[in-house]
Ligand binder design. Sequence first.
Ligand SMILES: [Cu+2]
Length: 293
Amino acid sequence: MLILIGMAVPATRVLIAMESTGNPDMQIKVTGYQWKWRYDYLDEGFGFFSSLAADSNEARQLRSGISPHTVPNYLLEVDEPLVVPVGKKIRFLTTASDVIHSWWVPALGWKRDAIPGFINSSWARIDEPGVYRGQCAELCGRDHAFMPIVLRAVEEQEYRDWVVQMQQKQQDSASEANQTFSLDELMARGEQVYTTNCSACHQAGGQGIPGAFPALAGSAIATGALQEHARKVLYGKAGTAMAAFGVQLSAAELAAVITYERNAWGNDQQLAEAAERMGQPADIAVQLAQGVP
Ligand SMILES: [Cu+2]
């Protein structure tokens, strides 16, 4: 009895320390989306999406002709990694915007479900600088296997520099909302946005997947009135896989991707008589400010 009681005291202490997310040095909100992660640095006032890296995304496409063996960290690389300082207690608040995901970096020693409407908390303190990789660990739909996690742990000073850079980026993208872009600029940017955010479903050539995802090449919406087209992209369609991208992309990115869809794949030849060829960030911002249609 005495030995058991003697063991229970330190064991309980460790268990409580493991579970307690109190007194963190910083907090990151992790939100699962189909199929990418969003990280919000709650103390620093910025956030960003982290999607599968472009080379992995290309190589994974059927008949891309690219061998996955030639892609470094195939399916385990992202465009924008999560960066954290070493030696700090970080509280992770995990949730989701659509379906249940699960945030799992094995080296952190835990896995936490990301559930819409709930916030789960966990913590980690990373002692060794380096790159830690993980994946979504809850079957969350068609591209579940394509939402990896890359976490880069760096020294405090490097982290500070990165934060300043990210805050600047956020400001730049806010000021872009007032700029006017040429058709060429919108098309170039739009293609990138499309590849990262839309091609998984609508496919690189805009042909969609019959029965699941509509074709955008020749689509009546993509060649019809600009406002109606934008409405579909900004607010999505409830109950389908078409998400509301108005809350995911900046006004400039939205204007670019919408313009791209209206002009790529021969759509510019089919635009309805009075339909505008391109949209500007300001138009998108106005439409967003009007709220849900
Ligand atoms: Cu997922």
